[in-house]
Ligand binder design. Structure first.
Ligand SMILES: NC(=O)c1ccc[n+]([C@@H]2O[C@H](COP(=O)([O-])OP(=O)(O)OC[C@H]3O[C@@H](n4cnc5c(N)ncnc54)[C@H](OP(=O)(O)O)[C@@H]3O)[C@@H](O)[C@H]2O)c1
Length: 347
């Protein structure tokens, strides 16, 4: 299969190129960047030295292919969507532009009116653990946001299993590394501000809340979901710590029994169950460069609170890995094709 990576000069584009370089059935034949047209891809993705000879082209120069992975900045995809859809029968979009079903959510959460609201229902969500059947039949796939992906994967099994008290709020606290903000420098990415950071980025109102609510409410009864995002000293990685209240005061082993069948068949969900030692909770460093989401939970013995933790690589399961997993499902490749990397340890 010949693939285009549109918006290939950014961090998500670079990770798509890195992972697809090892894919047995997908070859990237064109990569676009307006800013860098004519320049070698390795000029901004030096990790790909000797792995690609491609040069960036402009979006207007792209020729039809079998699949497009689009990694443009959010807000940039929707205005040019007709040209993107004309490039290939299958389009996998990593931006936020086609994630939300309700057009009113765009002004509410993103601050802009959606220019093509009639196309929103034509996109299927690309998170395999929740939307595998839609992905298999969908030609237009919209990949989840990185913070939303970690939060949804943390909470979905518990909501699906009916373990959560819907009269109580769920509070999710996400710690994020700097690459989640993309490759363009901003005041908050300036080294003196970012180095050593424990910076409260979005205590309320983070836009991925809309996606989280959209997906979780489709799974079962959920009350209020409150998301807070804090920037920490890391380049890659997201750690979500979510607090939910159990409907019944179940013992830990009973929760495991309910959960096991929901997660056991998932190739990229790993339950972390270790009673002792340094690695008894999910750690984003252990999934760096992979498509894994590590999940764990702790039962508060003094209340019905359950603390769930999830760790992903924002550029892996939170972006490029999720996109390739969805493309594999749609294109009929093994779901794990090109995504079989193991993490690094120590890192
Ligand atoms: N970073 C993450 O962890 C992550 C996770 C999940 C999803 N995503 C989504 O993936 C997409 C790409 O994210 P990223 O982190 O790779 O961002 P990035 O590093 O800032 O890259 C953005 C890409 O968009 C292109 N672009 C096109 N028009 C642009 C414009 N008017 N202004 C600025 N850039 C423009 C840039 O290409 P040029 O070379 O032509 O400027 C570049 O290739 C975003 O929609 C983001 O929401 C990112």
């Amino acid at each position: 299969m010949r693939a285009i990576v549109q918006g290939g000069s950014g961090y998500a584009g670079g990770e798509l190129l890195r992972l697809l370089a090892g894919h047995p059935g997908i070859e990237v034949t064109q990569v676009s960047s307006e800013r860098l047209r004519g320049r070698p891809v390795t000029a901004v993705h030096p990790q790909l030295r000797d792995r690609t000879q491609l040069r960036f082209c402009g979006r207007d120069d792209l020729e039809p292919a079998d699949v497009v992975f689009s990694a443009l900045r959010h807000g940039e995809t929707a205005p040019g969507i007709d040209a993107t859809l004309a490039l290939a029968p299958i389009v996998v979009d990593l931006s936020a532009d086609f994630r939300l079903h309700d057009p009113a959510d765009y002004p509410r959460w993103y601050g802009w009116e959606h220019p093509r609201p009639e196309l929103l229902p034509t996109f299927s969500a690309g998170l395999a653990e929740l939307h595998r059947a839609e992905i298999a039949g969908g030609d237009r796939l919209s990949i989840g946001g990185c913070v939303a992906t970690a939060t949804i994967l943390a909470l979905a099994p518990f909501i699906r299993a009916g373990l959560v008290d819907p009269t109580m709020p769920i509070v999710a606290d996400a710690l994020i590394g700097s690459s989640a903000a993309g490759s363009e420098p901003t005041p908050t990415s300036h080294h003196p501000h970012r180095s050593g950071a424990m910076h409260s980025f979005a205590p309320t109102g983070h836009r991925h809340t809309a996606e989280v609510l959209q997906d979780l409410r489709a799974l079962g009864a959920v009350g209020e979901v409150a998301l807070s995002v804090t920037s920490v000293e890391a380049v890659r990685g997201i750690l979500v710590t979510a607090h939910l209240w159990l409907g019944d005061a179940l013992e830990e082993r009973e929760i495991w029994r309910v959960l096991r069948p929901l997660t056991a068949a998932e190739p990229f969900l790993r339950m972390v169950k270790q009673a002792h030692g340094l690695h008894r909770h999910p750690d984003p460093r252990l999934v760096t460069g992979t498509n894994f989401c590590d999940l764990g939970f702790s039962r508060d013995p003094h209340s019905r609170r359950l603390v769930v933790t999830a760790a992903i690589d924002n550029l892996g399961k939170g972006a490029a890995g999720q996109a390739i997993q969805a493309a594999n499902i749609r294109l009929g490749f093994p779901e794990t094709a090109g995504l079989e990397q193991t993490g690094l340890y120590p890192l």
